[in-house]
Design a protein. Structure first.
Length: 303
């Protein structure tokens, strides 16, 4: 009886391993909002690998252990590189920061000072209101004299801006803009955006705004281009591929997943700095007071 029970337990472990491997490798086949939720949580499925391997080892079942290694291989193939430091040379031409300031932020001044303390050349802020916009303008008046604000999104720059304009992403009010930043190597077109939220059972509006932004970027023939902001989309989300061939600066030159939300204990990265036509030298995340997001930063070589 004990032998049967022991074998049954090993079979359960092996079955769980197969399901986990399938969830990782075939997640794009899961439809609807459940698929979107699974996409966003993919990295965290790695937490199930340790107990799975431990249980199979305790049962001393070679078959169960071998099957348990399958999701380990799948997860490592998908995310192993993310855990390795990928910073490039220490030279950079442009440091960019993005932060969802938070419309209900009670200490916006401290928040802006903290992210400005990272000395970005370009700073993108989202969820601007009448009140916190005035705070941002006051805190950034020395050093970031060039700016454009459109709706609830703003861009401050140490370098001159040209070609500034609001961008319609089909949400009913302005939550995106574009501007060209003047650099010694030529202009860098920057799109600042705050896409609609994606919630369980309600991703249609996010999908619509993502598609609209992707079309704008795809039609832009600028040699050097950056998209920065709260895109409410993780890199593992199936809709993220619409922004290709833009490259994620965190994946290019960050260490770890670079989660930004929620700020106290981040579990996902809706905030991004994406680029094309350049190379990323460094990418990192900074916790700042007041906001429920962490700031995402990247250093880019524009040559």
């Amino acid at each position: 009886m004990r032998t049967r029970s022991w074998r049954a337990g090993s079979a359960v472990i092996a079955g769980a391993a197969v399901v986990l491997a399938a969830a990782l490798g075939l997640h794009a086949l899961v439809p609807g909002w459940l698929g979107t939720a699974l996409d966003s949580g993919l990295p965290w499925l790695g937490l199930l690998l340790v107990p799975l391997l431990a249980l199979s080892a305790l049962r001393r079942s070679r078959r169960a252990f071998a099957v348990a290694l399958v999701p380990v291989v799948v997860w490592t193939t998908m995310f192993g590189r993310v855990l390795l430091p990928r910073s490039g040379a220490d030279h950079h031409d442009l440091r960019i920061a993005t932060l969802n300031l938070g419309a209900a932020n009670a200490d916006a001044a401290a928040t802006v000072r903290a992210v400005a303390g990272e000395e970005p050349d370009v700073l993108v802020l989202q969820e601007l209101t009448t009140a916190n916009r005035k705070v941002a303008e006051r805190e950034l008046r020395d050093g970031w004299e060039h700016r454009i604000v459109a709706g609830t999104v703003g861009l401050w720059s140490r370098l001159p801006l040209t070609g500034t304009a609001a961008v319609d992403i089909g949400i009913g009010w302005t939550r995106a803009l574009r501007a060209s930043v003047t650099t010694p190597d030529g202009p860098v077109r920057v799109y600042a955006a705050h896409l609609a939220s994606a919630r369980p059972g309600a991703t249609a509006e996010r999908d619509q705004t993502l598609a609209a932004l992707a079309r704008e970027v795809a039609a832009d023939r600028s040699e050097r281009l950056v998209v920065a902001g709260d895109l409410n989309t993780t890199t593992t989300d199936r809709r993220f591929r619409e922004l290709a061939p833009l490259r994620d600066t965190q994946q290019e030159a960050g260490a770890g997943f670079g989660f930004t939300w929620p700020a106290e204990l981040p579990v996902m990265r809706p905030d991004h700095i994406l680029q094309r036509g350049m190379s990323t030298q460094r990418s990192w995340v900074v916790r700042v007071p007041g906001s429920d997001h962490r700031a995402a930063l990247a250093e880019i070589d524009t040559a």
